[in-house]
Design a protein around this ligand. Structure first.
Ligand code: GTP
Ligand code: MG
Length: 195
């Protein structure tokens, strides 16, 4: 996909601020610092439209990026950020859940997991939650630049086993650092965008 005019639209702190048009929404979920905001920038080929940071916990609101009036990339706050107070983590968790559970416009949830490590308890919980609400989803095994290219497939398969994913669940490697695998991921996401 060639993106021409991506725009930041709104940083929502509650449902009233979600966009009122009916564009499909492709949602980025994953733990803090896994690379959700970077994923958006890489996919749309912009350096810093979505705000990224080496400091986890950067994204606290739900940020909507309008991509050529065709669909939204929705950047969720990261979950499981240990330096957040327990109360605040709970608040963020509820906010994310409320959006995922009730938002009708969601066309695909993209769950990012660090390819290098076994999925955390939170990763597994989120994966199961997404499955339980029956939302279309794909898993991105991110930061693939951190492992040898020849090992990428076996890491993806390990992740598939740890998540107890079905054969039909799509898990794709990705790297914002190296900007590789973007074509394969676009191919998958385009299925969720009506042109
Ligand atoms: P929160 O907003 O805190 O939830 O984080 P996030 O998931 O949006 O992560 P963000 O995109 O801000 O990236 C966090 C850090 O990881 C930054 O330092 C990025 O440069 C780095 N990063 C993101 N993607 C990749 C990747 O594919 N490879 C490597 N090596 N680093 C990455
Ligand atoms: Mg972010």
């Amino acid at each position: 996909m060639i993106v021409k005019n991506p725009k930041f639209e709104i940083s929502a702190v509650g449902p009233k601020q979600y966009p009122s048009n009916n564009l499909p929404e492709i949602v980025l979920a994953g733990k803090s610092n896994v690379g959700k905001s970077s994923f958006i920038n890489t996919m749309i080929n912009r350096k810093a439209l979505a705000r990224t940071s080496s400091q986890p916990g950067k994204t606290r609101q739900i940020n909507f990026y309008n991509i050529d009036q065709k669909f939204y990339f929705v950047d969720l706050p990261g979950f499981g950020y240990s330096k957040m107070s327990h109360t605040e983590q709970e608040k963020v968790g509820k906010f994310i859940e409320e959006y995922l559970f009730s938002r009708k416009n969601i066309s695909c949830i993209v769950l990012l997991i660090d390819i290098r490590h076994d999925p955390s308890k939170n990763d597994i919980m989120m994966f199961n939650y997404i499955r339980s609400i029956g939302a279309p989803h794909i898993v991105i095994a991110n930061k693939a630049d951190k492992i040898a290219p020849t090992k990428v497939n076996s890491y993806v398969e390990n992740l598939r086993n740890s998540l107890e994913a079905n054969e039909s669940d799509i898990i794709l490697p990705f790297s914002s650092e190296k900007k590789i695998y973007t074509d394969t991921v676009w191919e998958e996401l385009e299925k969720y965008i009506n042109d």
